[in-house]
Design a protein around this ligand. Structure first.
Ligand code: E4P
Length: 216
């Protein structure tokens, strides 16, 4: 399973990129709205010049024509832009049209296996099931990942599954075990993945022993 970062914050993206583990970036309108004093397109230019892998940028329009118009502008920003569209009939029409033009797409706000199957059949490069938001309302988001992974494997579907709406490190382990190709992770959770009390304790003990050694 690969790691994407789920943020529009350039400092977080820079830090994550420097770790050498990043395979892409996802943004959404809410994440972009948190960024003050920068235009969406300028921020996308910054991100795409830093990260050469897939950078998802979401359309705001809800109608096919509007989505296509936005998609053209977004994909002209850089060759590694992936156009993110919502899971609606117009969204899938746009996915189908963009796929024919070799523009990568990410279908977002997926909450059922049927939605994922539809998105994949429309040609989506990526499908994004939202784990955390399902957990929030008392459903098991991980079962959705597992169902989609099984269906894609049975039918030899090439769309990649992005485990989205990640809330904590166990989501990452379980998404990997359940067949997600990618997890898109908030910066805070990415940094939590490094943490283990025995690692900290081990470093402390090694340093203490080193400092107490007697030089020959
Ligand atoms: C994914 O592409 C979305 O941007 C994101 O994971 C949504 O997460 P949230 O439910 O924490 O807003």
């Amino acid at each position: 399973m690969k790691f994407f970062i789920d943020t529009a914050n350039i400092d977080e993206i820079r830090e994550a990129h420097a770790l050498g583990v990043l395979a892409g970036v996802t943004t959404n309108p809410s994440l972009v709205a948190k960024e003050k004093n920068v235009s969406f397109h300028d921020r996308l230019k910054e991100i795409t010049s830093l990260v050469q892998d897939s950078v998802s940028a979401e359309v705001i329009s809800l109608d096919f024509e509007g989505m296509m118009k936005e998609a053209k502008v977004l994909s002209a920003i850089a060759p590694n832009i992936t156009v993110k569209v919502p899971m609606t009939p117009d969204g899938l029409k746009a996915v189908s049209a963009l796929t024919k033009e070799n523009i990568k797409t990410n279908v977002t706000l997926i909450f059922s296996a049927n939605q994922a199957l539809l998105a994949a059949r429309a040609g989506a490069t990526y499908v994004s099931p939202f784990l955390g938001r399902l957990d929030d309302i008392g459903f098991n988001g991980m079962h959705l990942i597992s169902d989609i992974a099984d269906i894609f494997a049975i039918h030899d579907i090439q769309s990649e599954i992005i485990a989205a709406s990640i809330r904590h490190p166990m989501h990452i382990t379980e998404a990997a075990l359940n067949g997600a190709h990618i997890a898109t992770i908030p910066y805070k959770v990415l940094m939590q993945l490094f943490k283990h009390p025995l690692t900290d304790k081990g470093i402390e003990a090694f340093l203490a022993d080193w400092n107490a050694r007697e030089e020959a």
